[in-house]
Design a protein around this ligand. Structure first.
Ligand SMILES: [Zn+2]
Length: 303
C-alpha cells in the first residue's frame, strides 16, 4: 500500500433523506464459526480469558455463531450495507484473508460458502453491488471488515476512534487486520464527541444518518473503542442492529459480560442504553452480534 489511508470527516446527514421514509432491511448470513460459550459469557476466576479461547472447555461447550452483515434499502439514498461480511477467498482458505493469528484462535473454525459473499447475496436480491454507495461499519473487527475490498465505489462510514483503534498498537491481537481496511477508498470518520451531537431515545449520542429519522447511528463503545449500533425504522417496525455491543440474547437479557472487552465500563454503559431501549420499546426487534438462535428467528426481510 503506497500512502497511508486516512479518513476524511464525514458530513451528515447524507443526501437522499425523505420525510416519513422507512427502509427495507435484509439480514445476511455471511458465514459461520464456532467458539466456546466462555467467550460470549465469561467464566469467573483467573482463567477467564484462556477458557474463552477453549482451554479446559469441553467440546460440548462450543457453540455455532453467525457472521453477519445487513443490506438496507433507503427510498431516497438507495442500497447501503451495514458491515461487509467475509471476503470471498475465505470460502477457499480462511488463513489467506484472515491471517495466521486469527486462524490460531477463531478463524480456523470459520466456514463460508462462496454464495455467502455479500456481492453474491446482493445479486440474489436484485441489487447490483456497484450501486452500493455506502457501507456503515459497526466496527472494524476482521469478521465485519473482511469484505471491504468488495466495495471500492462505496463511501465507508466508521467512527474516528474505531479507525484509530484498528491502527493502534497491537491492533492485530485485538481482532483487527490492517489489510482489510487500508484500501484507498472513500473512508469517512464520524465523531460522536463533536459539538451538536444529540441523544436519541435512550442513547446518549446518536446521528440521524439521512436527517429523516429512518436510520440512526448510535454510539455503543466498549466492545471496541469506537463501536456503533444502528437503529432502522423499517416498514415492519424498528430493528436495532446491536452489533457486538451484545453478542447474545442472554447478554441483552441478563447483562452477562463476554470474556473480552476493550473497556468494561463503556461496555456496561452501552449495554444499559440498549437494555433501556428494549424496555421502552418492547415492539422493536433487537439483533445481537453473534447469536445463532436469535439469528434463526429473524425474518428474511423487514419492510
Ligand atoms: Zn467484534
Amino acid at each position: 500500500m503506497a500512502d497511508r489511508v486516512e479518513p476524511k470527516p464525514a458530513q451528515l446527514p447524507l443526501p437522499g433523506g425523505q420525510e416519513g421514509a422507512v427502509v427495507r432491511l435484509h439480514p445476511l448470513l455471511c458465514g459461520e464459526a464456532t467458539w466456546p460459550d466462555a467467550w460470549p459469557h465469561r467464566r469467573g476466576g483467573p482463567l477467564t480469558k484462556l477458557r474463552a479461547l477453549g482451554f479446559r472447555e469441553s467440546r460440548n461447550d462450543w457453540v455455532p455463531i453467525p457472521l453477519v452483515a445487513f443490506l438496507v434499502e433507503h427510498p431516497g439514498f438507495g442500497p447501503f450495507l451495514i458491515d461487509t461480511g467475509l471476503d470471498p477467498s475465505v470460502a477457499e482458505d480462511p488463513r489467506e484473508n484472515l491471517g495466521r493469528l486469527v486462524s490460531a484462535t477463531g478463524a480456523k473454525t470459520v466456514e463460508m460458502k462462496p454464495e455467502q459473499a455479500v456481492p453474491a447475496q446482493l445479486r440474489e436480491r436484485r441489487v447490483d453491488p456497484n450501486d452500493v454507495g455506502l457501507v456503515v461499519m459497526t466496527h472494524l473487527h476482521y469478521d465485519h471488515a473482511s469484505g471491504v475490498s468488495q466495495f471500492p465505489r462505496a463511501t465507508f462510514l466508521v467512527t474516528g476512534r474505531e479507525w484509530e483503534a484498528a491502527h493502534g498498537r497491537a491492533a492485530v491481537t485485538k481482532g483487527y487486520r490492517a489489510g482489510h481496511v487500508d484500501h484507498p477508498f472513500n473512508w469517512h470518520a464520524i465523531d460522536f464527541d463533536e459539538r451538536g451531537v444529540s441523544s436519541f431515545s435512550t442513547f446518549g449520542r446518536a446521528f440521524d444518518l439521512f436527517g429523516d429519522g429512518s436510520v440512526h447511528l448510535l454510539s455503543t463503545p466498549g466492545h471496541t473503542r469506537g463501536h456503533m449500533s444502528v437503529l432502522l425504522h423499517t416498514g415492519a417496525g424498528d430493528v436495532l442492529a446491536v452489533g457486538d455491543a451484545a453478542y447474545t440474547r442472554r447478554t441483552l437479557r441478563t447483562g452477562h459480560l463476554p470474556a473480552f472487552m476493550d473497556d468494561e465500563h463503556l461496555f456496561r454503559r452501552s449495554l444499559r442504553e440498549i437494555q433501556l431501549f428494549s424496555e421502552q420499546r418492547p415492539d422493536a426487534v433487537l439483533i445481537p452480534g453473534h447469536d445463532m438462535g436469535a439469528w434463526r428467528t429473524l425474518e428474511p426481510v423487514y419492510g
